[in-house]
Design a protein around this ligand. Structure first.
Ligand code: MG
Length: 253
């Protein structure tokens, strides 16, 4: 069952999404060579707490940190560390959630660390683009799988691969709610989108093979071929008109 959010619930989610979007915007100025992945965790956590909100990921399923920070061939769920120093030429994905009066928003971006090669630049750009392509389908009357179909078309046309093992999700009073939002598949299937649905839509794409595995730390998901991966996510509310992208800062539109 897909839970439909009330206006009040959407307002609380949007308040949290505004904070998340601003933090993700400001992170672009924080991330540079020499910064550790734990520095990113601290920056994000302080900003979330300063707003009286709670970092959603800490302890979620046992996750040991506040934020997921994934470098280069790491796709998602990287664990921040004081020992992990970002180097020139890397890309780094940061996934954050903030809980506000019980309501969650969830979003991610991939950043450049200093000067980055052309393939990585294109990978990150295509990942973001695939989100905006699928956003055109986030409307009343579309079917759920129209979203993933659009993501896959965009990513594969660019010569990259969509990860099959991880998917987006409904979001609300819990971080992960029904339905799963795949980044692939046939169009025109699944439930019709309705006003008040809240979806965390998150293309996860790889430069090489779609195949990924989890490291011995039990969390960090990496590409099988060691080629880079990118992640772009926003929490999206379906309305009677244009979708509300509640985690997208105005400066990033
Ligand atoms: Mg997320």
């Amino acid at each position: 069952m897909i839970r439909i959010k009330t206006e009040d619930q959407i307002r609380l989610m949007a308040e949290s999404g505004k904070v998340v979007g601003a933090i993700l915007h400001d992170l672009a100025d924080v991330i540079r060579p020499g910064v550790t992945t734990m520095d990113i965790d601290r920056f994000v956590t302080e900003r979330i707490r300063a707003e009286g909100m709670v970092p959603t990921f800490k302890g979620y399923g046992g996750f040991p940190a506040n934020v997921c920070v994934s470098v280069d061939e790491e796709l998602v769920h990287g664990i921040p560390s004081e020992d992990r120093v970002l180097a020139e030429g890397s890309i780094v994905s940061v996934d954050i959630g903030a809980t506000h009066k019980g309501w969650v928003s969830d979003a991610a971006r991939t950043y450049f660390v200093g000067d980055v090669d052309e393939e990585k630049r294109r990978l990150v750009a295509v990942c973001r683009e695939s989100f905006f392509v699928c956003l055109a389908h986030c409307r009343v009357g579309s079917r759920l799988t129209d979203i993933g179909h659009a993501v896959q078309g965009c990513v594969e046309a660019a010569g990259f691969s969509v990860v099959l093992d991880y998917v987006g999700h409904g979001v609300g009073s819990k971080m992960h709610e029904s339905p799963q939002v795949k980044n692939y598949g046939e169009a025109g299937k699944g439930p019709k989108l309705m006003r008040g649905m809240a979806l965390a839509i998150e293309p996860m794409i790889n430069a090489g093979t779609a195949d990924v595995h989890t490291l011995d730390d039990g969390w960090t998901v990496v590409t099988d071929d060691g080629k880079p991966a990118a992640h772009y996510e926003n929490t999206v509310i379906i309305t009677d008109g244009d979708p509300l992208v509640i985690t997208l800062d105005e400066r990033d539109r």
